[in-house]
Every structure is written in C-alpha cells, then in structure tokens.
Design a protein around this ligand. Structure first.
Ligand code: NAD
Length: 280
C-alpha cells in the first residue's frame, strides 16, 4: 500500500527523514483479527479484510453459512496466509459459542473483531415504517444490532488489551432515509450498543467504535427498495463530489483498529464523503 500516515510526534520535535512516517503496511503487524460478514467480493467486509491483510494482520473469517464460507474461501484463494474459516449464523447462540471456542482453541488471545453484517426482510425495506411487523422488527434488531452485543459480551475475555471492536452502521439511524425503515431503527440500537459496550469494555483495554458508511452497492444495500435511485446524482450533492467506496470504509476501519486510534472509543466515524452534514 502506497499511502502513509504522518505521525505528529510532538509539537516542536524535528524528526529525521523516515522516522516521521509509519507505513500502513505495518499498522497491524503481529495482530490477529476476526472478520465477520464477507458474502462476496462487493462486501464491505472483504475490502476491510484486504486492507487488514496488507497491514500485516493474521485473519479469521466467520460466515453465515457453508455457502458463504465456500465463496469466501474462493475469494481468499492464495491472497492470504491460510486464515481460520468459521461458520456462524449470529441469530444462534450455540453457533456464536462454537465460533468463539474454535478461535480460542486455535489462537488463544487475539486483537479484535470487525462486525460487518446486517439483515432485514426485503418486505420491511419499502413503504411505511409504521407497517413493520413484530417478527420483522425482532429479526432485524436481533441480527443487525443484538449480534454485536452477543459476540462482544462473550469474546472480550479472549481479547488482548489494546484490542478494537468495529461495527458498520448507516446514517439512516439518525435521519429518515426512504425505505431504510426498520434497518434505521436497528442501526440506532447498534450505535447505542457501541457506546454501552465501549464503557463496559474500556477498563479491559478494549475499544468499541462504528464506521458509518455512505451508500455502497452491495447485496445488502440492494435489498432496500429503490437503492439505485437513492444514488442518482448524489455524488454532485456531496461536499467531496463523489460517493464513498468500500476501500474508503476499509481505510477508516484500519485506522480504528490500529494504535493510531488508541484513545478513540465509543464513537461513530462517518465515511460518507460528507453526506451527514448536508440536507440531501
Ligand atoms: P453484504 O451483503 O455484502 O454483507 C452483509 C453480510 O451480513 C453478509 O455477509 C451476510 O452473510 C451477513 N449476515 C446476514 N445475516 C446474518 C446472520 N444471521 N449471521 C451471520 N451473518 C449474517 O453487504 P454490506 O453492504 O457489505 O454490509 C455490511 C455492513 O455494512 C452491514 O452492517 C450494513 O448495514 C453496513 N452498511 C452498508 C452500507 C451500504 O451502502 N452497503 C452502508 C452503511 C452500512
């Protein structure tokens, strides 16, 4: 990776050339991370996995089903050093327990989790939010929000001090976005969970944050009715005059996982080309 991050090492310090830069490729050297939520090459979790791999991290992947495990294994190919592959449907406590046991058995302690998953029934992602069914509400909140708590609450004893837990959210948690509906309510719950988990796990040296990504074309995003129409000319309305990419999201996630974010916890980092500051 070419980009470098300038470390300001003191107000008046004059560092010799070379000492002032930390290469991104070393940011996670020697660290072990669990990546949850790769479905295909368009998944935000896949962009994050590639960035973490390039930054030197050893990875484990957890996938919802055998089908997604096979797809992820194909994507990985020879690109990464034989990562751990685990199956975990986060709606099932026994699968979460089994995943955590496997990581513990094979890795012992490790350095963090990327939680990049969500689900709501397609029929809940159109029309009036007021028509959300009880079952649809419970399912969306269970998979998209509670799963972070279920995993974090069980896994933190295995995390080293300095570890980082990062989840993915969307600004539909704060503002009404047409058709996002129950997923906006789930993301609001997820963001509140980030703050409560950050407070619980901070004394163990574990940071918990979220990245709020702008709209990116993925399978999940296309489940929201008229998602493509939402993107029409949106780039021209954003402060940066472009849409964010999965790689943009991966960069901010890498920052949050790295020691550069050692004092950052309980926060939501927007990676949306400035969308959250304007009325679109
Ligand atoms: P994606 O469809 O590629 O990923 C969603 C993942 O959720 C899939 O891997 C799927 O297997 C997993 N998942 C669903 N139900 C599960 C279950 N029961 N158990 C385990 N895994 C389950 O889509 P994505 O856009 O990469 O989504 C990743 C995260 O990013 C989600 O939290 C999403 O809400 C968030 N996000 C996406 C956008 C966007 O525009 N794409 C914007 C902001 C936030």
């Amino acid at each position: 990776m070419i980009w470098t991050i300038i470390i300001i090492a003191g107000f008046n310090s004059t560092l010799a050339k070379g000492e002032s830069q930390m290469k991104a490729e070393y940011l996670l050297q020697g660290k072990k991370y669990l990546i949850m939520g790769v479905a295909n090459k368009h998944s935000i979790a896949w962009a994050i996995a590639k960035a973490f791999n390039q930054a030197g991290a050893q990875l484990a992947f957890s996938c919802q089903s055998e089908k997604f495990m096979e797809k992820t294994a194909k994507l990985i190919g020879t690109e990464m050093d034989s990562p751990l592959m685990l199956q975990c449907d986060v709606s099932k406590d026994e699968e979460i327990d089994a995943m955590i046991k496997s990581i513990g058995d094979q890795w012992g302690r490790f350095d963090g989790i990327v939680h990049s998953l969500a689900y709501a029934k397609r029929e809940e992602l159109s029309g009036m939010y007021a028509h959300t069914s009880r079952e649809g509400f419970q399912l969306a909140l269970d998979i998209s929000a509670y799963s972070l708590t279920a995993v974090a609450g069980r896994i933190y004893p295995l995390l080293n001090p300095g570890s980082s837990i990062i989840t993915l959210t969307f600004d539909g948690s704060q503002r009404v976005v047409k058709n996002y509906n129950v997923m906006g309510v789930a993301k609001a719950s997820l963001e509140a969970s980030v703050r409560y988990l950050a407070n619980d796990l901070g004394p163990h040296g574990i940071r918990v944050n979220a990245v709020s990504a702008g709209p990116i074309r993925t399978v999940s995003a296309k489940g929201v009715k008229d998602f493509n129409r939402l993107l029409d000319n949106l780039d021209q309305k954003l402060p940066l005059r472009r849409l964010p990419s999965a790689e943009d999201v991966a960069g901010a996630t890498l920052f949050l996982a790295s020691p550069l974010a050692a004092a950052v916890t309980g926060t939501i980092v927007y990676v949306d080309c400035g969308q959250h500051i304007i009325a679109t």
